[in-house]
Design a protein. Structure first.
Length: 456
C-alpha cells in the first residue's frame, strides 16, 4: 500500500483534470462497478459468510442486491440529477438568468463499519461516483474477508486515482483523518463519530455521520399481533441483530404483552427453526469481544425465549422479560440478537420511556390507531422508521436514510445520496444590455422609492 498522502494527492490531481465530471465518465464508472459486482458475486457472498455467517440469500437481499439497486437508480436518473436547474429570478433582476449548478466536492473519504461491510461501503461509493467525485474507501477492519474482496474488486474495476481501498485498523483510520479531504462520509459508532467530526473540524471538512442508538419498537393493543410479531422478528434478528436500525427494545401495551410474546416465539420457530444454533444459515457475532459483551448483557436476566449460545459465536434469538429501564441491557445499543421487552399502559408513558434515551436512529410503531401513529411520529425525534413494519425504510431509493441528533447527521440513498456528495452552486447570469442605476450610491430618495417598490 502506498503512502496515504500520496494516494490522496494523486486523486486530487486527477480530479482537477476534470476527468470525473462528464456524464459519460460517471456512467462508465457505474456500469463498470455493476459488472464487476455481478462477476464477483459468489466471492462477495462467500466473504460475508466467513465474516458474519450470512447465508447467500440474506447476503444478496441485504447487501449485494441493494448496492445493485442503488447503481440502477443512478444510471436511470443521473442525467437529470446532474443537470443545471433554472430557478426563478426576482423581478428587479429581470434581465438575468438564475440557476443552480451541481458540482462534485472533489476527493471524498468513505469510512464504513463491519456489520454490513459491503452495502455500507459500496452504496455511498455509488452516490459519490454518480456525483463525480474520486473516493478513498476505508472499510471496517473486523470484517476482514469482505474488506479484502472489496479491495480486489476496486483494484480490478478502477484506477487508484479514481477509487482506492485502504485496509487496516486504528492506525490507518488515524492517518486518514489527519488528511484534508473535501468530504467525509462515516458510518459507525458514536465514539468514533465524534472523533471524525473533531478531526474534520480542523480542516472545516463537511461530514455525514451515520450512527445508531436504541431504536424503540412500540406495539399497542390495536396492532395486528401475529403480523407484528413476524415483522419484528425479521427486523430484530436479521444479521443476528447486528443492524444499526434493528428494533433495539420492545415497548408493548401491558394487556397484549403475553399474546404478542406467544406470536414472537412462534415466528422465531418458523423463521429460524426450533434449534437455531443447528441451522447452517444462522449467522454469528462478528468477533469474541462483541460476543462476550452480549453474553454479559443477558446474564442474570429472564430469557422468556432463547438465551442459549455456543462456542462459534452464535446466540439464539433471545427475548428478555422482567426488564427495567435500569437493566444493563437498556444502558447501551445492543447490536445483537437480544430483545428486551418493557410494558406501558398508555402512550404517554411509552413516550416518556423512549425520551429517557438519546435520539434514536429509527422508530417502529405497530398500531391501527391513527392518533397513536400521529402522536408518536410527531412528538418523538428520530431518523426514520416504519408504521407496522421494521427496517424496510432504509431500502428505498426514493427516500433519504440518515439520523438526527446523536443518531447522526446527513442522509443518503437515491437522489438524497447524490445531493450529499454534491455542492450546488447558485449562479446569476446577468445580461449587459441594461444596467439599472438605482442600486448604486449615492442613494437619492427616488432610488429608495424604486427599491422599496421592488423589494418588499
Amino acid at each position: 500500500m502506498r503512502d496515504i498522502k500520496e494516494i490522496l494527492d494523486c486523486q486530487k490531481a486527477y480530479f482537477k483534470t476534470g476527468a470525473t465530471r462528464s456524464i459519460a465518465a460517471r456512467e462508465s464508472a457505474l456500469e463498470s462497478l455493476k459488472n464487476k459486482i455481478r462477476s464477483m458475486e459468489y466471492e462477495i457472498l462467500e466473504a460475508l459468510k466467513q465474516d458474519l455467517g450470512k447465508s447467500a440469500p440474506e447476503g444478496y437481499m441485504s447487501e449485494v442486491g441493494m448496492v445493485l439497486e442503488e447503481i440502477s437508480y443512478m444510471q436511470k436518473h443521473l442525467k437529470g440529477l446532474a443537470k443545471e436547474k433554472r430557478v426563478k429570478t426576482p423581478l428587479v433582476q429581470f434581465h438575468s438568468k438564475s440557476y443552480v449548478k451541481p458540482c462534485p466536492y472533489g476527493t471524498v473519504l468513505i469510512m464504513s463499519p463491519w456489520n454490513y461491510p459491503f452495502l455500507l461501503t459500496m452504496a455511498p461509493l455509488v452516490d459519490a461516483l454518480a456525483a463525480g467525485n474520486t473516493a478513498i474507501l476505508k472499510p471496517g477492519n473486523a470484517s476482514a474477508h469482505t474488506s479484502r474482496i472489496m479491495a480486489r474488486l476496486v483494484e480490478k474495476t478502477f484506477s487508484p486515482q479514481l477509487v482506492t481501498v485502504v485496509e487496516g485498523g486504528r492506525e490507518a483510520n488515524s492517518l486518514l483523518l489527519e488528511q484534508k479531504f473535501d468530504y467525509i462520509f462515516f458510518t459507525g459508532g458514536k465514539t468514533v463519530g465524534r472523533l471524525v467530526m473533531e478531526k474534520a473540524a480542523r480542516h472545516l471538512t463537511p461530514v455525514s455521520l451515520e450512527l445508531g442508538g436504541k431504536s424503540p419498537c412500540v406495539v399497542d393493543e390495536t396492532a395486528n399481533l401475529p403480523l407484528a410479531a413476524k415483522r419484528i422478528v425479521f427486523g430484530k434478528f436479521l444479521n443476528l441483530g447486528q443492524t444499526c436500525v434493528a428494533p433495539d427494545y420492545l415497548l408493548v401495551q401491558r394487556n397484549v404483552k403475553d399474546e404478542l410474546l406467544a406470536h414472537i416465539e412462534k415466528a422465531i420457530r418458523i423463521q429460524f427453526g426450533t434449534m437455531p444454533l443447528a441451522n447452517s444459515d444462522y449467522g454469528n457475532i462478528i468477533n469474541e469481544k462483541h460476543f462476550q459483551r452480549l453474553i454479559g448483557l443477558i446474564q442474570g436476566q429472564t430469557a422468556r425465549i432463547g438465551g442459549k449460545y455456543d462456542d462459534c459465536r452464535r446466540m439464539e434469538p433471545t427475548v428478555l422479560t422482567d426488564v427495567t429501564m435500569e437493566s444493563p441491557v437498556m444502558q447501551e445499543e445492543i447490536f445483537g440478537p437480544v430483545l428486551p421487552v418493557l410494558e406501558f399502559d398508555d402512550i404517554e408513558e411509552a413516550i416518556k420511556m423512549i425520551e429517557k434515551h438519546p435520539t434514536p436512529l429509527a422508530l417502529y410503531v405497530f398500531t391501527q390507531n391513527k392518533s397513536v401513529k400521529e402522536k408518536l411520529t410527531e412528538e418523538i425525534a428520530f431518523g426514520g422508521g416504519c408504521i407496522n413494519d421494521t427496517i424496510i425504510h432504509l431500502a428505498s431509493t426514493s427516500m433519504g436514510f440518515g439520523g438526527v441528533g446523536e443518531s447522526g447527521m446527513g442522509a443518503y440513498h437515491g437522489k438524497t445520496g447524490f445531493d450529499t456528495f454534491t455542492h450546488y452552486k447558485s449562479l446569476v447570469d446577468k445580461k449587459t444590455w441594461i444596467d439599472l442605476p438605482f442600486r448604486y450610491a449615492p442613494y437619492a430618495r427616488w432610488k429608495t422609492k424604486i427599491v422599496r417598490a421592488f423589494i418588499k
